[in-house]
Design a protein. Structure first.
Length: 188
C-alpha cells in the first residue's frame, strides 16, 4: 500500500503537516484518536473514558505494543509509550509501579522534572491559574505547531485528555508509574 494515496503534505494546509487526502485532519490527529479508542475498547472502558489501576495492570501487551509501534514509526521515534518510558526511567530509574504510600518528596521532584521534559509543566508559570501545568489544548497546539520540537518529545497519545490526566500530582504520578511498569512488563 502506498501511503501517498492517502496522505498529502501541502504548505498551506495545516502548516504543511501530513494530512488525510482531501481533508484538513492531520495524521497525528488520526493516530491520537485511534490510540485512545483502541485502548479504551481493549480495556472495556469506552463508557468511563479513562483507564484505572486494574485495567492498566492487565492491559494487553500485544495491543500496547501495536499502538506504540504505530506511534514510534509514524513520528520517526519522537512519540510513543516506549519513548516516554525511556524519559521516565531517566528520572526514576527502576522505580516503576511506585505505590502511593511509597511516594516521597524526591519522587515528586522527579515527576515534575519528567512533566517538564515532555512539555506538560513549566516551573516559570507556577503563579498562573493552572499552577505551572500546561492546558491540554495548549499542549496539543504545541505538538501540532512543531511535532519534532524537543520540548514535546515523548508526548503520550490521547484524545481530548480522555485517558490521561493532566495536572493532578496526587493521582497522575502514581498512575504513570503503574503505566510505565506495564510498559516495561510488555517490553516496550
Amino acid at each position: 500500500m502506498n501511503y501517498r494515496n492517502y496522505i498529502t503534505i501541502e504548505p498551506n494546509k495545516r502548516g504543511g503537516k501530513p494530512c488525510v487526502r482531501g481533508l484538513r485532519i492531520t495524521v497525528y490527529e488520526v493516530l491520537e484518536y485511534l490510540a485512545s479508542e483502541m485502548m479504551l475498547f481493549t480495556a472495556n472502558r469506552k463508557k468511563e473514558r479513562y483507564l484505572d489501576d486494574p485495567q492498566i495492570e492487565n492491559f494487553s501487551c500485544p495491543v500496547l505494543k501495536q499502538i506504540d509501534d504505530y506511534w514510534v514509526k509514524s513520528s520517526e521515534g519522537h512519540f510513543g509509550f516506549s519513548v516516554q518510558k525511556k524519559i521516565w526511567v531517566g528520572y526514576f530509574g527502576d522505580r516503576l509501579a511506585i505505590k502511593a504510600v511509597d511516594w516521597n518528596d524526591n519522587d515528586t521532584k522527579n515527576y515534575l522534572d519528567f512533566a517538564s521534559t515532555v512539555g506538560w509543566y513549566n516551573e516559570n508559570q507556577k503563579e498562573s491559574k493552572m499552577r505551572g501545568w500546561i492546558g491540554y489544548e495548549e499542549y496539543i497546539n504545541r505538538i501540532k505547531k512543531d511535532p519534532m520540537n524537543p520540548a514535546v518529545r515523548g508526548a503520550i497519545p490521547s484524545s481530548g485528555g480522555a485517558i490521561w490526566g493532566f495536572g493532578s500530582l496526587e493521582k497522575d504520578n502514581v498512575w504513570f508509574s503503574l503505566f510505565f511498569s506495564r510498559a516495561a512488563t510488555c517490553k516496550l
